[in-house]
Ligand binder design. Structure first.
Ligand code: NDP
Length: 450
């Protein structure tokens, strides 16, 4: 990095945010690629554009007390990071997972600003959640937790203020319980206050599928730009949650063979191609473990995860789609993928590749679809859900999917155009950051010092 302003801000971010490695990683990843814009806009230093964009507008943390099925009182910590409202109401998911902390909330909120800008829709960036672990909890416990969480969160959100959605550990069931509690407290039916709702009370068709489908649309465009396609390719997908399942569905529809999927305990490999209906039954209906796949497919192989590196990246594949969590694809894993001849990596999860892994993949000529662009289909469809709520009208599944596809094609084109314009053709990681930063910085200048 040669830009002195950039270096100075990065140093200050480190000092101001000690013990927040994920947040620092996300900031460094974005800022290290926007140098060409800063070089062209010397006035950005005087306007403190970088200093303002790395500082959340507001961070809310709160106590979430609830009573479990044994009558024991449990206290969790809740968060909402309202990072940036420059181009629309705060928007971003809620994550319920024991690893949730302020650093993870801030990294996700920061990524969300850029992702939302790329969609071309009027939405700002936020993220929230709790260190609550939904695994092994009864349905009643999940409901009590969601109600307690919303009893504090409700005062900070609203359909024109901040619109949360799902993320890891938060699906339609949790959104339903939170929506019910919000409605009860507010005594008003504000349909657009949460997205990812079930269809029966204001959800959007194709929202459940949107992030995974959108990822495949983006990767398809990237492959097309390099005269390739999904057809006949093998695909490995980490995770077996919302994003992973629908990425698999769309990849199969595009003629690919998905041979491996995983959860946090291990991965399955099925050389015949994954039986996706069975995965859906295990994960969406029974909420079970992926190892149960072997109960029906005796010839599939299950490998337990033992260390930091997921065994799924040791499997030979043409296209790898990390769709589980942050930093799940390390430098070691990237080396394995390259050794096995991987063509493209499409990030379905947020920041699934470590910085070293991304750098290595790019250096070796692997096509990388960066999360903030490639997984933006989820939030884009959430915005379509909000617009349907405002109109009090529904689009059909096909209408929503067509809008999603158009948005993903546009996002890819804008990443490509920016990569080409700034002399880093083929590097869509830089292309995405440049496209989003350009839009945000322009809006910041227009809105003055706020
Ligand atoms: P889900 O909770 O539906 O699924 C998460 C999957 O990842 C599960 O298979 C889970 O396994 C696995 N996983 C979670 N944490 C870990 C971990 N620490 N190590 C290994 N595996 C893990 O979440 P989503 O599918 O909704 O989200 C997945 C990723 O996609 C996240 O990074 C999220 O931020 C991102 N994303 C999601 C969007 C959405 O619309 N849902 C939109 C954009 C991004 P297990 O069951 O064993 O925990």
């Amino acid at each position: 990095m040669a830009n002195v302003y950039l270096e100075k801000v990065l140093e200050q971010v480190k000092i101001n945010n000690p013990n927040e490695p994920e947040f620092l990683q996300a900031v460094k990843e974005v800022l290290s690629t926007v140098e060409p814009i800063l070089d062209n806009h010397k006035e950005y230093e005087k306007l403190a554009i970088l200093e303002r964009i790395v500082e959340p507008e507001r961070i809310i943390t709160f106590r979430v007390p609830w009573v479990n099925d044994n009558g024991k009182i449990i206290v969790n910590r809740g968060y909402r990071v309202q990072f940036n409202s420059l181009i629309g109401p705060y928007k971003g998911g809620l994550r319920f997972h024991p690893t949730v902390n302020q650093s993870i909330m801030k990294f996700l909120g920061f990524e969300q600003i850029f992702k939302n800008a790329l969609t071309g829709l009027p939405i700002g960036g936020a993220k929230g959640g709790s260190d609550f672990d939904p695994k092994g909890k009864s349905d009643t416990e999940i409901m009590k937790f969601c109600q307690s969480f919303m009893t504090e969160l409700y005062r900070h959100i609203g359909q024109d203020v901040d619109v949360p959605a799902g993320d890891i550990g938060v699906g339609a069931r949790e959104i339903g319980y939170m929506f019910g509690q919000y409605k009860r407290i507010r005594n008003a039916y504000e349909g657009g206050v949460l997205t990812g709702k079930a269809i029966s009370y204001g959800g959007s068709l194709a929202r459940k599928e949107a992030t995974g489908y959108g990822l495949v649309f983006y990767v398809r465009e990237m492959l097309k730009a390099h005269e390739s396609s999904f057809n006949g390719k093998t695909v490995t997908i980490s995770g077996s949650g919302n994003v992973a399942i629908y990425a698999a569905e769309k990849a199969i529809a595009h003629g690919a063979k998905v041979v491996a999927m995983s959860d946090s305990n291990g991965c399955i490999y099925d050389f015949k191609g994954i039986d996706l209906d069975l995965i859906k039954e295990i994960k969406e209906v029974k909420r079970g473990r992926i190892s149960e796949y072997l109960d029906k497919h005796y010839d599939a192989v299950y490998t337990e995860r033992t260390g930091v590196d997921s065994p799924i990246w040791e499997i030979k594949t043409d296209i790898a789609l990390p769709c589980a969590t942050q930093n799940e694809l390390t430098l070691n894993s990237a080396k394995m993928l390259v050794e096995n001849g991987v063509l493209a990596v499409g990030e379905g999860a947020n920041m699934p590749c470590t910085q070293e892994a991304t750098d290595y993949l790019l250096e070796k000529g692997v096509l990388v679809a960066p999360a903030k662009a490639a997984n933006a289909g989820g939030v884009a469809t959430s915005a379509i859900e909000m617009s349907q709520n405002s109109m009090r009208f529904y689009y059909t599944f096909e209408e929503v999917e067509a809008k999603l596809e158009r948005i993903m094609v546009n996002i890819f084109n804008s990443c490509k155009e920016n990569a080409d314009k700034y002399g880093c053709s083929g590097n869509y990681v830089a292309g995405a950051n440049l496209a989003a930063f350009d839009k945000l910085a322009t809006a910041m200048v227009a809105q003055g010092v706020v």
